[in-house]
Design a protein around this ligand. Structure first.
Ligand code: FAD
Length: 699
């Protein structure tokens, strides 16, 4: 029998964008139905828990930032456990299970979780459950869902072992006989989800076979003859399965519609990272030819009247609105077309069952409906299963309801991955596909994440162009696919492209082209907390830069800065500089042909360029990719890095490029130092640690 008393465990989360928190909340919610009670805290609330004296199992959910650091909320905690004076048995009493979240598009996958896990182990803490590492690139839920499912059994075992240690259980037989109760508990688990299913049926649908084995004939009417599954249509076995669907997340937001009087908050109030500056766009240049596969634009902003400051190598954030047409469409579906300009007062629903319910930080207490949909919510986000689960309740058509249940169920996990995650389906796509689904604005506020500002590397030098900051970006394009009949552009890059269209100069491909008439368009930007991607402090140190495509952007800033320093300090010694650049075609997307100027005036010592799609006329095929070019200069790379204490910078938008480059450098180190690959990898790790091998990679 299960014990009557709920068994307590400590649940800590360290979140950057809210995902770790949402997952911890899911664990917190499920805990009760498994006979546990989770005491949940943000890991930063160190006054509310004490690991030094903690006796119960600890569950930690922790995400990772793009640079591989633990989230800001975990900084203090990490600093504390990294105290080198702590003895190796400091946490010998502690049992824990850790779920790390990350994105394998970035180099230091799940590094936040790994760092904490490693350190807890070093301090003697024991795993009561294997560490899970979830990858946002393929879908967090692929690891998160089974990890949570397995957590309950692991916790049960941990408590039994704990009891045994405390002498409450006299011998090991008790443990094994108690453990054999687990399948019974699992039955309870299945039963409870069926009960939930039945409840669902009670609440919404009259049809008694909605979730039964015989539900095969209630798919979307139009698709009944289809044999292929799709977003809206399922086939056996899932269409015939009894479904385990997640519990309905409790609602917690209440809206009070007011009138149209008042002003929306300043965009600065939406960010926690300092001040946003509204600055004019003074120049826009299309760097690629019309026939290039991607369109790259350079924008110049006037920051002269602000205190916004930067160094070459910094990135900054652009606050972008959602697409106007998409916002209008949403308003229409929500039945709020007439109320877009109405102010709403956002409150936490009285008596909500949601633990720690609070108005999301990115939602102003009072603003218009349009403002919320335009500036606050990431309406393009891929809907999470909990959101789908909540949408079931707002859907009137029986077939649509069933399909939404399937998509959020355990049985429908692969359909979810295929038709939602991999197809990058967003809320609007769903609402078009399931027309009887009519969610409320509160539900959107509860489930859609914050509309994040987009980061861009500066592509200029404050010495070279005082009062100006430039950046370069590709307009992101998403073609149509079966789940989405319309093509789309990236939220930010699509908006920027539209905004600056009147400014674009006919003379493309030239950095120094003067734009058209002065612009009145303004955008809001704010500084991105710093990174280490800066020029070496000592100008006499040599450095190499690898930046294919728009990855060249920060290096333009480096070179402009270096040129100015050389002009101003003729007596200084300057180390040699290398730039490896690559693009598809010499004529169409060679972004900065004036790199030659840097070469001619001596700012750049070596420029190595490759074109991946131009056919080679030479007898020996020329290298297509930067990583291949680097290999041709193995001796120089080894000399700069190993003998001359130089720096190596990599920047670009493709994980494969960055990995390809580091593979090439490992091979070079291995060859030039005559050491095996493992040793070479260690040397590269040391160079990274010493901040002499630096990456600025985005997906
Ligand atoms: P979004 O709408 O955010 O879409 C981008 C991503 O969403 C896609 O890559 C894809 O993963 C996914 N996605 C969304 N919908 C779909 C769909 N329907 N189909 C397929 N995929 C979809 N970018 C630059 O161009 N230049 C820079 O200098 C630069 N510097 C950066 C520096 C840093 C530190 C970081 C973190 C990022 C940088 N980026 C840079 C990337 C930049 O921040 C944006 O991510 C990029 O411009 C796309 O933004 P967007 O809003 O236009 O696209």
């Amino acid at each position: 029998m299960c014990c009557d008393l709920k068994r307590r465990f400590l649940l800590l989360y360290a979140t950057q964008k809210g995902q770790a928190k949402a997952i911890a909340e899911e664990i917190w919610q499920q805990a009760g139905s498994h006979g546990f009670e989770a005491e949940m805290h943000c890991i930063s609330e160190m006054d509310k828990y004490n690991l030094e004296t903690e006796k119960d199992p600890v569950v930690i959910v922790i995400s990772t930032t793009g640079t591989g650091d633990p989230p800001d909320t975990a900084r203090k905690f990490v600093k504390r456990i990294q105290d080198t004076t702590l003895p190796p048995d400091h946490f010998a009493h502690l049992q824990y299970g850790l779920l790390g979240l990350g994105d394998s598009e970035y180099t230091f996958f799940c590094n936040g979780g790994k760092t904490v896990d490693r350190r807890l182990q070093e301090l003697g803490a024991q795993h009561f459950y294997d560490t899970g590492l979830a990858d946002d690139c393929v879908g967090l839920e692929l690891v998160v869902d089974p990890w949570i499912d397995g957590l309950w059994l692991a916790l049960r075992e941990a408590f039994l072992l704990q009891k045994e240690k405390e002498g409450m259980s006299s011998n090991a037989d008790t443990i094994s006989s108690s453990l054999s109760a687990a399948p019974h508990d699992m039955d309870e688990l299945n039963l409870s989800s069926e009960v939930r299913n039945l409840k669902l049926e009670d609440e919404g649908v009259r049809s008694s076979d909605v979730l039964s084995q015989k539900s095969v004939d209630i798919h979307l009417a139009a698709s009944t003859r289809d044999t292929e599954p799709s977003l809206v249509h399922s086939v056996p076995p899932i269409s015939q399965s009894v479904l385990n669907i997640p519990a309905l997340p409790p609602d917690y937001i209440e809206l009070e519609f007011q009138d149209t009087h008042g002003e929306n908050p300043h965009l600065s109030s939406l960010i926690s990272e300092g001040t946003a500056f509204e600055v004019p766009v003074t120049r826009a240049v299309q760097l690629t030819r019309e026939d290039a596969i991607k369109t790259a634009l350079l924008l110049e902003l006037d920051i002269a009247d602000t205190v916004f400051d930067y160094q070459p190598g910094d990135a900054f954030c652009v606050m972008c609105p959602n697409n106007v047409i998409e916002v209008e469409e949403l308003l229409q579906i929500l039945g709020l077309s007439e109320k877009g300009d109405y102010f709403v007062f956002v409150k936490v629903k009285q008596g909500t069952k949601k633990k720690g319910a609070a108005i999301p930080q990115h939602i102003p207490e009072r603003s218009t409906v349009k403002f919320i949909l335009t500036w606050c919510l990431e309406i393009r986000a891929i809907p999470k299963k909990a959101f789908l689960r909540a949408l079931v309740e707002c859907t009137s058509d029986v077939g649509e309801k069933r399909r939404l249940q399937e998509l959020c169920s355990r049985q429908g996990a692969s359909d979810y991955t295929r038709f939602i995650r991999e197809s990058n389906v967003c809320l609007l796509d769903l609402l078009h596909a399931f027309p009887s689904c009519k969610p409320s604005l509160n539900l959107l506020i509860e489930h859609l994440p914050k509309l994040q500002a987009r980061s861009y590397s500066v592509s200029s030098s404050n010495l070279y162009q005082p009062g100006r900051v430039c950046f370069v970006f590709n307009i992101v394009e998403f073609p149509t696919c079966p789940a989405r009949p319309v093509s789309r552009k990236g939220v930010c890059t699509g908006w920027l492209a539209e905004l600056v269209a009147p400014l674009l100069h006919a003379n493309k491909n030239t950095l120094n082209a003067k734009g058209g008439s002065p612009s009145t368009e303004k955008i809001s930007i704010f500084a991105r907390p710093n990174n280490t991607f800066h020029l070496p402090a000592d100008p006499s140190v040599p450095f190499m830069m690898v930046g294919p495509g728009t990855g060249i952007s920060p290096f333009i800033g480096f070179l402009q800065h270096r040129q100015k320093l050389r002009e101003e300090h003729r007596d200084w010694e300057f180390g040699e500089t290398w730039l490896f650049f690559g693009c598809r075609h010499r004529d169409r997307d060679y972004l900065f042909k004036q790199l030659r100027c840097f070469l001619e005036n001596g700012t750049l010592t070596h420029l190595k360029v490759c074109f991946s799609r131009d056919s080679s006329t030479a007898e020996v095929a020329s290298p297509k990719y930067v990583q291949e070019v680097i290999r041709l200069y193995a001796k120089e790379v080894a000399r700069v890095l190993l003998q001359e204490g130089g720096y190596f910078y990599v920047c670009g938008d493709k994980k494969h490029m960055a990995d390809g480059v580091s593979d090439a450098v490992v091979d070079i180190l291995s060859m030039e130092m005559e050491v095996d690959k493992l040793e070479a990898m260690k040397i590269l790790a040391m160079l990274r640690e010493a901040k002499r091998y630096l990456q600025d990679v985005w997906s």
